[in-house]
Design a protein around this ligand. Sequence first.
Ligand code: LUZ
Ligand code: MOS
Length: 764
Amino acid sequence: MSIVGRDIPHDSAAGHVTGESLYVDDISPARNELFVDFYPSPVSHGRILSVDLAAAAAVPGVVGLYTASDLHNNRFGPIIGDELLLAEETVVFMGQPIVVIAAETKAAAKLARRLVSVDIEELPPILTIDEAIAREEFIGDLLVIKRGDVEAGLAAAAHVLEGTFVSGGQDHFYLESQAAIAFPDELGAIRIHSSTQNPSEVQHVIAHLLGLKLNQVVCETKRMGGAFGGKECQATHPAAMASLVAQKTGRPARIVFNKDDDMQVTGKRHPFQNRYKVGFSEQGEITALEVQMFSDGGAYADLSTAVMGRAMTHVDNAYYIPHARIAGRVCRTHTPPNTAFRGFGGPQGVATIESIIEDIGVVLNIDPLEVRLRNCYGNGERNSTPYGQVVHHNNLPVLFDELTRRSDYRTRREEIAKFNDSSLTHLKGISLTAVKFGISFNTRFLNQANALVNIYLDGTIQVSTGATEMGQGVNTKIRQLVAGAFGLEAEEVLVMITSTEKNNNTSATAASSGADLNGSAAIDACNRLRERLSGVAAEMLADGDNSDSEKIVFEDGFVFDESNDARRLKFQEVVWEAYLRRVSLGEHGFYATPGIDWDWSTGTGNPFRYFTQGCAASEVLIDRFTGEVKVVRADVLMDIGKPINPGIDRGQMTGAFIQGVGWVTTESLVYSERGELLSHSPTTYKIPNIHDVPEVFNVDYLDIENPVNIAGSKATGEPPLLLAISVWTAIKHAISFTSGGVPVQLMLPATNEEIVMKLAKYAG
Ligand code: LUZ
Ligand code: MOS
């Protein structure tokens, strides 16, 4: 049986548990190494009048203090290039770095940070989406996707519902904070080890800011202790600070953000405010949808316009909408630039339509599941998205049907109505929602990857790709794919450290596409190696006769002719013979996702290679007096193709769902009126723990081959997070028992406080 599709353990599972796995801050200190810290802006918006570094410079052990003028370039950014590494005349968010500090010890750096004196004239900050809209402070262009005639669709509808969906941000809360260590190399070069999803971008940004050529900067990434999108772009800042110090001092320099700094100065998931008008029939069939989406981009563009694009292409979710106008605008505020976060705008789009559907159910007094089924994308008809991509191989109808049955949804919904009638202390709610997540970067050129596969003389293999391991198991999947290509056990293959030295111009490990892209590139290399080895093996097996390399198979560590498997060569023997014959045992592979295109000038295209789909049914129990929520049961069912490693995908489904539960319930970012993040540690920012895992939690997948992706698999990193929206809609369902037939306007996250306030409001 092939190693592909088998449940082997994560290649670092043991190391994660024993502590042997190395993270950036575990790398033994180099002789001469410096600690790097920075002075953060104490205000959200202001004009810098003067910077006085004398007192900080006098601290024993302080080696250097650097400001914007010490950089070759200060301006960068992944899409728009509007970002400054170090503030110049103005500061635009609280925590914005102004001075980089290099010191012999952490204590000296800390003291210097206290003694830096920056005189700032405080200016009024824009801290909310509403203020930004009022002042017309936007980032990028107005984005529009439209189909059909929305006005006519609304006019013809039996019902029109208007409302606003509001969601808050979310901190990535990776266990390993942002971290990097920079080593000066000969001839001005820099070698950097960074906790980044995007080594090539770290390379690019450092070269640009320090005035180096790209070939003078090498970025390596062994692994991250979680990332979740937070290290797709924002790992560059600490890496650049450490590199600046390495360049200026000629000494190794390490920076590791502490948790409070990390939470206060890095961007989050984008808050959204989506204003909508939806038209629907008496039976709940959606005829038209108009949505104006606003996101809080923070002070700089970062990836905000791409995040908005994904939000806009996901607001349809599982549902066919004949007439649609979807507009998106990124607002500029004086908060840290918001960034990629697992789902990348998708959750904010999907939550909007799922909320709308919940409300349609309330207005029509029917089960929202009936509304979902009535509007679900079809097969062969009613299956084109508002942006024109057809949903092929649509498994949503099967998923809805199967999960409704497996979760016993209908019976439980009836029981919940009875329970709510009789309980004076508690309310229950249940909801079954779906996800259809588009797989591919919505920026076309990012959908490429390369790989290096080297076979050694003992028959073992090293593979290197641009994929970065953040705990998600991409290395294990690539290991299985490569081992499978040669009929070997996983142990014969090692996935090596990610480095820009081996794989050039790589994309971030992001958009759930790490294994798809890099696994495909690795297999491309393996295919050519196998062809060459087949030629050698055919000659070895032919004993002077004509050889047929087409018939050579690699299985269980052996190489043989499928028409005559009596004679089997050990893989290692063939490798050795190839070496003696001077046949190359190394190969470079490449993959570019075919068939994708996108055009913002029309808001149309086929941005996604395929869709990962799923459904979840969640039941909540709410304490009427405290607003406390418990998810008592959740059932998750997904189409994830043929998993390369079912256990790892199950882990992704489980973890993403729970991370989503945090987003929709407890993870509330609280700011002061000056824009200071007050909830910047685990004591004030509540992520889910083991007690928040549903008592009954069924996670499963349909075993359906995906014809358009590597080994028939589908991406699983982000899509399951969006299924936690069923917990939030279940809360809406519970509260709707008290709202007297009126749709429940609920903030996301639905914190205990939010729930209590809504219950109080409806109680009068
Ligand atoms: N990053 C990106 C992403 O640059 N483009 C995307 O479409 C995307 N999607 C999800 C996560 N990261
Ligand atoms: Mo991402 S949100 O870095 O896939």
